[in-house]
Design a protein around this ligand. Structure first.
Ligand SMILES: [Zn+2]
Length: 346
């Protein structure tokens, strides 16, 4: 078995290209899938992505340092998305030693996405290609600022990762423990009603799928801000999504994919059940502030809502949980359950 180094470009401090999707978010999803499939085939894979560099130089040199810390690597792969309004896939290489693997990766991604090939391209000035010791390629997986590219790529990160892995290995990976999120090669359609083909929703997404998301977030008790259900995925909607993700202990990235959809469905159901059992749409605010030292049924209710041990005594742990909840939901963080916090909780 061989050793590979895979990384995604950019990070939250020095973001990549931004358009309909965010490069540093989607490239990480493709990177994760690539690693998953290589490992499913039994390869040794290092994730050399840098999440801490605060400048572009720090980020790039950290990646190179990470890659060069390994010995006997067969290949290093840098995963990026393009910008500039074009369309299609391209793979950069330092020299022609990587012709075969670059061509395979390119062709595999084009086949699975239906996006056009922009070719393999030699470039000796790209920092990572120039400075990494092993052979390296840099894959540009579509354009973040071209709508069709962005929709297709964000909906197919798993199969793109598989295509990259299969291109690297020059074989078909049969990985029963690494299921495809969508195995079809037809371009994804913006079809909000078909859950299997639902596109990822994230900041800047718009349309009826976003409206439905916002309605569900409200049903589940997450505030989406003053604008209300407007079909525009803005900061307040992202905050609500992150709060949901945090509450359901899934990756907090503000992006609505299958896991987040499942969590939201659960949250809506849970909310509907608690409303049914209390007999009203919302549990009426008891009219007194609940704070450190408060006791009784209403404290029990708060503790249950926050998944705490229920003893009916508002102690330090309850206060901390209330503060964390308030922070996640954009409320004043005072550890006191007043009307606003109560009505957000219930
Ligand atoms: Zn990039």
């Amino acid at each position: 078995m061989a050793k590979y180094s895979i990384h995604a470009g950019h990070n939250a401090f020095v973001p990549g290209a931004q358009g309909y999707i965010k490069e540093e978010v989607v490239d990480r999803m493709i990177k994760d899938a690539t690693i998953k499939y290589l490992r499913a085939d039994g390869q040794t894979v290092y994730d050399d992505t840098d999440d801490v560099g605060k400048t572009q130089n720090e980020n790039l040199s950290a990646i190179v340092r990470n890659v060069n810390a390994h010995t006997d690597l067969t290949l290093a792969v840098s995963i990026h998305l393009n910008a500039g309004g074009g369309t299609g896939i391209e793979v950069y290489q330092y020299d022609s030693k990587t012709d075969a693997v670059a061509t395979r990766v390119l062709n595999h991604i084009c086949a699975i996405t239906g996006l056009r090939s922009r070719g393999i391209k030699k470039n000796t000035s790209l920092y990572v290609l120039r400075n990494t010791k092993p052979q390296a390629i840099l894959v540009e997986c579509g354009f973040v600022d071209t709508k069709t590219d962005a929709e297709i790529v964000s909906a197919k990160t798993d199969v793109i990762g598989k295509a990259i892995a299969e291109g690297i290995l020059n074989k078909t990976i049969i990985a029963e423990n690494a299921p495809n999120q969508s195995a079809k090669s037809a371009p994804a359609k913006q079809d909000a009603t078909s859950s299997k083909k639902s596109p990822l929703l994230q900041n800047k997404s718009t349309g009826s799928a976003v409206k439905k998301l916002q309605q569900d977030l409200i049903k589940a008790g997450y505030s989406i801000g003053k604008a209300g259900v407007d079909g525009i995925f803005g900061t307040a909607t992202e905050r609500a999504v992150r709060a949901l993700q945090s509450d359901y202990k899934i990756a907090v990235d503000g992006i609505v994919g299958p896991d987040t959809r499942a969590a939201l469905t659960k949250a809506v159901t849970r909310k509907a059940k608690s409303a049914a059992s209390s007999g009203t749409a919302v549990v009426a605010y008891p009219g007194v502030l609940l704070r450190r030292g408060s006791q009784g049924k209403d404290v029990e209710r708060v503790q249950r809502a926050l998944s705490l041990a229920v003893d009916g005594i508002f102690g330090l742990k309850t206060e901390e949980a209330v503060k964390a909840y308030q922070k996640r939901h954009g409320l004043t963080v005072d550890g006191i359950v007043g009307m606003k916090t109560w009505n957000t909780l219930f």
